[in-house]
Design a protein around this ligand. Structure first.
Ligand SMILES: C[S@@+](CC[C@H](N)C(=O)[O-])C[C@H]1O[C@@H](n2cnc3c(N)ncnc32)[C@H](O)[C@@H]1O
Length: 206
């Protein structure tokens, strides 16, 4: 594991006892609900909201993050919700290592960092672990939430087509189920109303 990614995210998670809500991301629930499958990989699982939802919906999940703190919080909550035995929490710096497939679902939700990271390379390697008939789901922010810190406001969020092109996947192997941007109404941490853009890439391996 490289120290910089680990240290960066440990510092971020140390800011608060919990950073995320523990609820699944809206797009995950919406898109995965009708899918069938057995093994799922959650990349950059954070405090485990998506992994726990997947486990509660019958999936066996490998949930990966670089942060020791995030993984410990996720495992604690998964135990409290009675789904720990369905989730294999693994610590990886995804720039270095990735769990072995195959997976029926590989989900990367908001796998963003302000550190330099070859995300395309990670997502391309992750795509290779998707089983035939399986789904690759990438959901990115289309822009920074208004309450995000200054450094995130200047972060560049590439359009879904640009992200997809960066993966350089073989078109004959993948069906584009959904590639585009969708809006979502949210309430921010201080109760402020906002509209967020989600950049969604949903592909099915043929
Ligand atoms: C913006 S958070 C999103 C967390 C979660 N997916 C969610 O939607 O709530 C990004 C997550 O990616 C993880 N991450 C960032 N860089 C990573 C890396 N190189 N290897 C593994 N995880 C990483 C962070 O620790 C963090 O938990």
């Amino acid at each position: 594991m490289t120290a910089d990614h680990h240290t960066h995210w440990e510092t971020r998670y140390a800011e608060k006892p919990r950073i995320w809500s523990g609820r699944p991301n809206a797009r995950l629930a919406e898109i995965v609900e009708p899918l069938t499958g057995s093994r799922a990989l959650d990349l950059g699982c954070g405090e485990g909201g998506d992994a726990m939802w997947l486990a509660e919906h019958g999936w066996h999940v490998v949930a990966v993050d670089v942060s020791t703190t995030a993984l410990a919080r996720a495992a604690e909550d998964a135990a409290a919700r009675g789904v720990l035995e369905r989730i294999d929490f693994q610590q990886h710096d995804l720039t270095q290592t990735l769990p072995e497939g195959p997976f029926d679902l590989v989900s990367a939700h908001f796998l963003h960092t302000t550190l330099e990271m070859d995300r395309s390379a990670i997502l391309r390697r992750a795509a290779a672990t998707v089983a035939p008939g399986g789904t690759l789901l990438i959901v990115d922010h289309g822009g920074a939430p208004p309450w995000a810190p200054e450094e995130v406001q200047h972060h560049e969020f590439p359009a879904p087509d640009v992200v997809l092109a960066g993966l350089a996947l073989d078109d004959t192997e993948w069906e584009r189920v959904r590639v585009g941007t969708a809006q979502r109404e949210v309430v921010g941490p201080e109760g402020q109303d906002a509209t967020l853009d989600d950049n969604i890439i949903q592909l099915r391996r043929k």
